[in-house]
Design a protein around this ligand. Sequence first.
Ligand code: ARG
Length: 561
Amino acid sequence: MIEYIKSEIAALLNKQYPFITPIVEEPKDASLGDISIPIFELAKKRNVPFDECKSKVETLLRAHFKELITDIRLVRGFINIDVNKELVASHILMEITKLDNNYGTLSIGKDKTVVIDYSSPNIAKPFSVGHLRSTIIGHALGNLYEKCGYKVVRINHLGDWGTQFGKLIVAYQLWGDKNVIDQDPINELVKLYVKFNELEEHDPELTEKARHAFKELENGNEAYLKLWKWFKEESLKEFIRMYDRLGVYFDYYLGESFYTDKMDAVIKELEDKELLVFDDGAYVVLLDDLVPALIKKSDGTSLYITRDLAALFYRKKTYDFNKILYVIGNEQALHIAQLKAVVKKMGYDFYDAIEHINFGLVLQDGKKMSTRKGRIVRLEEVLDEACLLAKTYIENKNPNLPNKEEVAEKVGVSAIIFNDLKNHRVHNIEFDLEKMLQFEGETGPYLQYTSVRINSILKQVASIDINVVNSLFNKSHYFEVIRILDKFPLTLEKTVKENDPSILSKYLLSLATSFNKFYSLEKILVPDELIRNTNVLLSRCVKVVLDEGMRLLGMQVIDEM
Ligand code: ARG
């Protein structure tokens, strides 16, 4: 509502004074007013004093907004405005009550499709913490784009093709044991892969064998394909178990192997457009400001980028996207830049629709979290550990909670998700389970706990009554909460425009903090019926927005904890 008033003011000023760039902002300190308009530019261009400007603007605004605006005053070059808090607040609360979890739903993405390529782990390799970040960020962005009206296509571009399968096949032939692998597939396959890589360093023959095996695989060797399929199925089982725990899903699992028969067309097009050159034993596309993109090796086998090109054209044709997001770590910036550059060279303008949603590393005690006790971190163990710790916290706090296991799982998983999303994604994140599971501070449990607190209030009232005391909204601790509720739609829009879930995360923290301040100052369930109605209505609206925000981030909402 205030956001709406702000944009209306900007439009009015723009019409009346087309020669200035209207600025309509929110004062840093709420005690200065609800809306502030700097008038330096206007006064200067019109060559009139501030108070003359002010009275002109005031006449304009009063005529338009009538009783919506209560006070307009001049403070050192700024026109500060108070809105009618009673009207504005009741409007906002009614709107949230009416729309419920549809509050904040936008139509900026109407008739637009966005493809999101995320998670995309590699078969027969462990699901790394980097893949976890991609999974969490991609999933949240998917929810957020949907909320903004986009059609979202969620794709898991599994790493299920490439030279590593040549290595794995050779390793399996040399040292593999089916029974052992069946016991613990990913770990055993990773062991084989690691052993191969270690020995390969001193044994070029192994490299040659692996290269040959992958070539055979690309040529359709039945026995190799069968092995590959088995590796893939086993890995997928574990990945899907992880996705279920995280509440993550995809519209398509289309791994790199899906594009093996779609690469020739791309290569041919590159040839036809005379973009493919033979250079230093391989076929490459020369790029203006980047190192050349390696498209085909001398033995004819394909590369990661070749498969990505085929995937991109397939996606453009199949989904006709307006935007395609690649949620991959910072270290693949060159890869995406090359992908874009090749598409541009090919003469397609949709290179502009390609966006690299990059992110930083996961650190533990300041160091890259990739190995622990000399081993590779397994996501499952990380999740287990988080949930176990959550359970001990819950046991301390609420020993009589009936479904502790279930709640601990939701708290643990959501804590990891929120810890990932609360800072801008390009930053490295610190993975400190103890910290991220605190019930106070900038954590997932803090948000969940605030929602639970409101839930326990709501459980004590029979129904929501909209007969309220509007004058209460003039009190700053009431209005502060409402002002934040009002910003939810705009926050979502900004989050999606900037592909930055930390904007929503920080918003939710500020909402929870302002509600908890309100809660500490005001007894909610007071005897006076109308005051109680007001407090309950406000609390419920906070819960609606908080829960919807958490859902969008991919977190779980809890009833009791
Ligand atoms: N499997 C790749 C990796 O683990 C990530 C794939 C990302 N998506 C893509 N279209 N390249 O590094």
